[in-house]
Write a protein that binds this ligand. Structure first.
Ligand code: HAM
Length: 427
């Protein structure tokens, strides 16, 4: 029998309330902060990610789902949203709108990652981007949105890690300091780090291999090497976050695994920190638009992993709103009852009045019908058997009270509609 491909999952109805809770909060918070929804394609030209996400990232080096289509185009299932959102901004001339353009997207992403708890090959993100402004107030706005969104979901004891990784002016000098620090330790470094020293020295700082730790821990901090403009930007951001009551911890080793970041980088963590536990992360990417062939356009954003959020909601025992069960179940027992149920069109009448209802199918016993009604969690069961057919009534059972009452068919519909309306007014 076929199984879902490794690293993918089926989300069954019992888990859907967690996903709805997260997606509804995402939409609510995005709207609250003035971010508009955008939807970009599931696949893009591979070059967009090679250039945008960056040739030296793990994503581009090892994790892309790329393919040549029947028209010979080199395409990739998107591993993230940021290059796509920036491409859309440039392609549609959104720089003509008031800046920054605030956009968000709920999307599926694909990375050929090693599957483990909270790490999938197909996963979903809540991605939020503000394009066209370099004011640190925008960085603070996004971090605040992310923080308050997680709080509103019911996630507690969050921590925020923050760093600045400079701009093209100060980064070369910092990288030089980093190389000078690392060069005497070449022998102790893991293979990846030795390679990164030449290709992408910033990534040396977030290596997780034990032998590399002491060297990374004693490396110079970028925050001590920022140029005046980056330094002022970072200070302003921290002051703005403080005003929001958000106190990040500055992590000098936080660099993030994507090449486009400049200045601000951040990650949000739940209380139980594991290697892959970030609820989300982001930062500023002032150089991406130019990399993609556009004019200079500062921007900042973050993305949060929806599966990670759900995992943490479950781990923290957060109760999420249950999905509404079907209201009514029309259950005939016997053939003449079936004929009556079909002829009187209970289900259609209920649907026409906005009440969810299902009709029994097949020939089953009364007990089997009631078991089905219980399992489906319906509020009302309309039972029609031979007795009801000859009396011209139906037995209406409120599933919370075991005894059914005999009522004329039309009245059963009115009773269900009135009770359902009362119930929804109470909520
Ligand atoms: P990222 O750190 O690669 O950043 O991913 C953001 C979040 O997506 C992670 O913190 C995690 O919650 C989730 N995530 C990543 N990979 C997986 C996976 N294999 N399985 C499950 N969840 C995963 C970005 O994608 C950037 N585009 C964020 C950004 C937006 N930066 C600026 N704007």
């Amino acid at each position: 029998m076929y199984q879902a491909p490794r690293g993918t999952q089926d989300i069954l109805p019992e888990d859907i309330p967690y996903y709805l809770h997260v997606e509804e909060a995402a939409r609510k918070f995005a709207a609250l902060y003035g971010y508009q929804e955008v939807r970009t394609p599931t696949f893009e030209d591979s070059g967009l990610f090679r250039k945008g996400t960056g040739e030296t990232t793990d994503i581009v080096e090892k994790e892309m789902y790329s393919f040549i289509d029947k028209g010979n185009s080199d395409l990739t299932l998107r591993p993230e949203a940021t290059p796509s959102v920036m491409r859309a901004y440039l392609q549609h001339g959104l720089h003509n709108q008031p800046q920054p353009v605030r956009l968000f997207e709920l999307l599926g992403c694909f990375r050929y990652d090693r599957p483990q708890a909270g790490r999938w090959r197909e996963f979903h993100q809540f991605d939020v981007e503000a394009i066209g402004e370099d004011d640190p107030l925008v960085d603070a706005e996004l971090i605040t949105l992310f923080w308050r969104f997680c709080e509103a979901l019911g996630l507690g004891e969050l921590s925020l890690e923050l760093n600045s990784i400079g701009d093209p002016l100060c980064r070369p000098l910092y990288l030089e300091a980093l190389r000078t620090h690392y060069s005497p330790h070449l022998e102790q470094l893991c293979r990846d780090c030795r390679r990164r020293l030449a290709t992408n020295p910033l990534r040396l700082l977030d290596c997780k291999i034990p032998t590399c730790q002491p060297i990374a821990d004693t490396a110079p901090a970028f925050t001590d090497h920022l140029c005046d403009a980056c330094s002022a930007h970072f200070a302003h951001l921290q002051a703005s976050l403080k005003a929001e009551g958000i106190v990040p911890s500055v992590n000098r080793r936080l660099v993030r695994g994507l090449d486009y970041y400049t200045r601000t980088v951040f990650e949000m963590y739940p209380p139980k920190v594991g290697q892959q536990a970030a609820l989300g992360g982001g930062g500023r990417y002032d150089g991406l638009a130019e990399l993609l062939g556009g004019r200079h356009t500062p921007a900042v954003g973050f993305a949060s992993g929806i599966e990670r959020l759900v995992l943490n909601l479950k781990e923290q025992g957060v109760e999420v709103p249950a999905s509404s069960p079907t209201v009514a179940y029309i259950a005939h027992v016997g053939e003449s009852a079936e004929a009556l149920a079909v002829a009187s069109n209970f289900v259609r009448q209920l649907h026409a009045r906005g009440i969810s209802a299902i009709r029994a199918v097949g020939q089953r016993s009364l007990r089997a019908r009631l078991r089905h009604a219980d399992a489906a969690g319906v509020h009302w069961t309309v039972l029609i058997g031979d007795q009801e057919v000859s009396a011209g009534t139906v037995s209406l059972r409120d599933m919370a009270q075991r005894e059914p009452v005999g009522v004329p068919a039309a009245q059963a519909i009115d009773l269900i509609v009135a009770a359902a309306r009362e119930h929804s007014d109470d909520r």
